[in-house]
Design a protein around this ligand. Structure first.
Ligand code: CO8
Length: 300
């Protein structure tokens, strides 16, 4: 992983390389296949990179619910860094291989009954995930094919575009308040930048999980599609975004996001300390234990 504060959006020369490569591809005679699909996988993430289009599909495969554990976050960041450094890749689509769940958010067991050192390591990994996705120089699209509470919603919010399956059983939102915890300022900033201040304020205070249609209505997701069309639509939207020159799109993205990214980079250690002192409180630990019990009871 890169040192704190080094954001992939600074990689302009690489982007020029990608753009040039793409234009060269366009000049190739039809039928001449230069770049086959490449795949790499670890325990929780599967990545398929189509070198001819420059688009990678990153699939979360950590059943039962793709919770963002320390291991998941580490694998996620390594996979994303690989793509970011790969000249053949210009865009990533995030989706899930687990039926009905995009991601259940941060793994609650990582925040319960652990040591201060563990909380620090875990929170640094959460920060790293957000810095990498929100600051990515690639085009990022979330193809949300299941429920996506809290940290799962953050992954989607950090992308450039969100497409969700139009299933009323799937919901998405920053529901931290329902767990008795508070979304950090950079979760909130990312949310505000997508839905606006008023909608974010209300949704955050109520810890709302929005069913797909409502999420679309408030602008939390950009469009809804039937499940069988999700992948095709994500690829089509990606092609629209990749039709622009990388350097112009990347500088624009940086202009829109830099202040929010810089804020966390400048306060990263303080944010870790805040997380540790908040999560270590007995009242917060109690709330999280009760929430986990509620999840188990709901099942039986
Ligand atoms: N972490 C750990 N385990 C989880 C999580 C999770 N986030 N979500 C579900 N699980 C576990 C369940 O306990 C259950 O375990 P077991 O099989 O041992 O009983 C198993 O996964 C399957 O869960 P369900 O039976 O509930 O599966 P369903 O398919 O019925 O439902 C849902 C899936 C909708 C994802 C449901 O599990 C759910 O709502 N989960 C909780 C999601 C949630 O609220 N996540 C918020 C996490 S907090 C966060 O992301 C941001 C925190 C910011 C930090 C703030 C600073 C202090």
């Amino acid at each position: 992983l890169s040192p704190p504060g080094v954001l992939p959006l600074c990689c302009q020369p690489l982007a020029w390389g990608r753009a040039a490569q793409q234009s060269l591809r366009a000049l190739q005679p039809p039928g001449l296949q230069l770049a086959p699909c490449r795949a790499f996988s670890n325990n929780r993430i599967l990545v398929e990179l189509d070198e001819s289009s420059g688009v990678a599909m990153m699939k979360f495969k950590s059943p039962p619910v793709n919770s963002l554990s320390l291991d998941f976050l580490t694998e996620f960041c390594i996979s994303l860094e690989k793509l970011e450094n790969d000249r053949a890749c210009r865009g990533v689509i995030f989706t899930s291989n687990v039926p009905k769940i995009f991601s259940s958010g941060l793994d609650i067991t990582e925040m319960c009954g652990k040591s201060t050192e563990h909380y620090a390591e875990f929170w640094r990994a959460v920060q790293e995930m957000w810095l990498r996705v929100y600051g990515s120089s690639m085009v990022t699209i979330a193809a949300v094919n299941g429920s996506s509470p809290a940290g799962g919603c953050l992954v989607a919010l950090s992308c450039d575009y969100r497409i969700m399956v139009e299933n009323p059983k799937f919901s998405i939102g920053l529901n931290e308040a329902q767990l008795g915890i508070v979304a950090p300022f950079w979760f909130k900033d990312t949310f505000v930048n997508v839905v606006g201040h008023r909608v974010a304020e209300r949704s955050l205070q109520l810890g709302s999980l929005h069913p797909a249609a409502e999420a679309h209505k408030i602008g939390l997701v950009d469009e809804l599609v039937p499940e069988e069309k999700l992948q095709e639509r994500a690829v089509a939207v990606m092609a629209q975004w990749l039709a622009l020159p990388d350097h112009a799109r990347q500088l624009t993205k940086s202009m829109m996001r830099k202040a929010v990214l810089d804020r966390l980079v400048a306060h990263r250690e303080e944010d870790i300390q805040n997380f540790i002192s908040f999560i270590s409180k007995e009242s917060i630990q109690k709330s999280l234990r009760m929430y986990m019990e509620m999840l188990k009871k709901k099942k039986s």
